[in-house]
Design a protein around this ligand. Sequence first.
Ligand SMILES: [Mn+2]
Length: 410
Amino acid sequence: MNAIRFIHTADLHLDSPFKGLQYLPKSIFNRIQESTFFSFTKIVDSAISMNVDFVLICGDLYDGEDRSIKAQARLRKQMERLHMAGIDAFVLYGNHDHLSGNWTTIEMPPNVHLFSSEVEMKPYISKAGVKVHIYGFSYPERHVTDKRINDYEKIDGADFHIGMLHGHCEGSNTAHQPYAPFSISDLIEKKMDYWALGHIHKQQLLHTESKPYIIYPGNIQGRHRKESGKKGCIAVELSEYETTFEQIETADIIWENLMLDATSIKTFSDLYGLCKKEIENLRLPAQGILLQLEIMNIDGLENGVLDKIRNGELLEVLQDGEEYEESFVWTYRVDYLSNELVTEVESAFKQELEITISELNGKEVFDEATADLFGHILSSRYLDILSEEEKKELVAEAEQMVYELLQSNT
Ligand SMILES: [Mn+2]
């Protein structure tokens, strides 16, 4: 059968410094500092045990543009393991490890194929004789803002075509920089079989109903509380008839946020018991967890219990002994939210929203808010002047959308 199997990974950020976490107990901080290497080693373990044809690494292998020697040496070691197993690796560099950085290069073994700063195609033939064309480019410098997707052209002569791209999918709502932007339809137009993306740290399955499959695997190890949940890589099998993929979890440290309902809780010891129970539920067989707790519905708590949350006493008893656990759950923060506070924040926000909407119904505010659009040299050609009636309708529609969005987020 005409098929290939590969691992798709990106955003290794090897040797991330985790600067803000030095206050943690040494045993835990050491685990965290090793975690990017650990996760990547597990990815290589998977590639070898699954005996895949090749591994794709879609940018940001290194965290810093100076590519620490330690990170390069560790990467090389893993590439050698792949080499011994007869597995090739296709690698491109992203905005974090762009080609203009200043570093001392450690040579990689011959199974590693690096993409240059222009989009190029690298041919691959599997042991079973399946031909694959793999396309990609590395960032020449940190800021690549042009639509590099326009340079990708499928070259005939292979059974499968795979695009590798480190960049920003337009319209995706993330905090990442909009480098090398593209849209999903840009990618579909190129008629590839698979798009291996990198850059966005949260896993996103952008197109997985039919070819081309388009996937951001996410980074391989969460680096702060916003990169929460499980992390790893994607194992893919492409055949003539179908594409299948599997998510493999490899991160050693997992960031979690948990809300606890204290409705029926009165004493400090009950609250401790509730937290402890949830912590045991979360505990994993081998990985460590960094946990942020948020306690809701606290109005039934006896006097003085809140003080013990505020002054860190609860945190201290929850942390006690965790630094000696292999599969630790380290609670690094406990917050609470009183019902009054919740309603206060909600009603203040609603008031603000109502004021904004009523202001939009005034002519000047509406015109100001839409001035960029109607005054734009290109868009203004296609837009008719709105009547007062139409403006009101637009504001009403926008109001509806805002409330729907608010509800879907709660
Ligand atoms: Mn990245």
